[in-house]
Design a protein around this ligand. Structure first.
Ligand SMILES: CC(C)(COP(=O)(O)OP(=O)(O)OC[C@H]1O[C@@H](n2cnc3c(N)ncnc32)[C@H](O)[C@@H]1OP(=O)(O)O)[C@@H](O)C(=O)NCCC(=O)NCCS
Length: 222
């Protein structure tokens, strides 16, 4: 599912069940030594996905340690993103010469809990969600909106080092193309910060996935 959402130069690896016996590097082990089994399982599984993606890109296996604000620290030649939710783990990696950042997110294809949509959305987004739920049933569009925003954050943070609030990106879905645009409603980050992202989405077997591969050349005028 994920590979279909990203350019072919992005190595996308996903699993629906956890690989068995994943070996962690000592510096990774330090992060999950006291973690509950669920956290250890998702942490190890996405790192297996990441190392499989590294192999696809011809890069030797390397540790992926959570850095500042939880952002994964990649091999210097790489950028990438990881996501985990119940029944799904994935990593998408690319060479820095090809992409500035990648953002992926997966969520269960279920409506958001009561009150969350209001917290994470802007008025036009809520109106779009209402229209999409009526016109294109079968997808939890409110949860997909949340996922798109998480992908936006994961593509934004590594290139800016800045926080981004849920009200600082305006998502517009294109259901026919299974795509979306995100307009960044902040001037933070200066001239080199992204002002927009384009992404794609999928809904398969109970999982929603969103993905952004950001190049400096792909900026959509605000
Ligand atoms: C960081 C965040 C985006 C992670 O998303 P999530 O849906 O909770 O969790 P996921 O399983 O999909 O992703 C977790 C992975 O995200 C990655 N991640 C965490 N912090 C990150 C950051 N600052 N930048 C990029 N990636 C990050 C990590 O690889 C993490 O996996 P790991 O801890 O095993 O290394 C989320 O917790 C968060 O802080 N959201 C608030 C900010 C936001 O989304 N704003 C909306 C802007 S429009």
């Amino acid at each position: 599912m994920l590979a279909d959402l990203l350019p072919s130069t992005v190595a996308a690896v996903e699993v629906r069940t956890d690989p068995v016996g994943v070996a962690l590097f000592p510096e990774e082990e330090d992060h999950v030594r006291d973690a509950v089994p669920k956290r250890r399982a998702e942490f190890a599984a996405v790192r297996w996905c990441a190392r499989t993606a590294m192999a696809e890109l011809g890069v030797p296996p390397a540790p992926v340690v959570p850095g500042r604000r939880g952002a994964p620290a990649w091999h210097p030649e790489l950028t990438g993103s990881m996501t985990h939710c119940a029944g799904y783990r994935a990593a998408a990696l690319a060479r820095r010469e090809d992409f500035a950042s990648v953002g992926i997110d997966a969520e269960p294809d279920l409506p958001l809990p009561d009150g969350i949509l209001e917290e994470i959305s802007l008025g036009p987004e809520r109106r779009q969600v209402t229209a999409l739920l009526a016109g294109h049933p079968g997808i939890a569009w409110d949860r997909l909106l949340f996922s798109a925003k998480e992908s936006v954050f994961k593509a934004w943070y590594p290139v800016t080092g800045l926080e981004l609030g849920f009200h600082q990106a305006l998502i517009t879905f294109d259901p026919a193309r299974r795509g979306f645009t995100a307009r960044l409603l902040t001037g933070a980050g200066g001239a080199r910060a992204p002002r927009a992202f384009t992404g794609r989405f999928a809904a398969e077997d109970g999982i929603l996935a969103t993905a952004i591969a950001h190049t400096a050349h792909a900026l959509v005028p605000a």
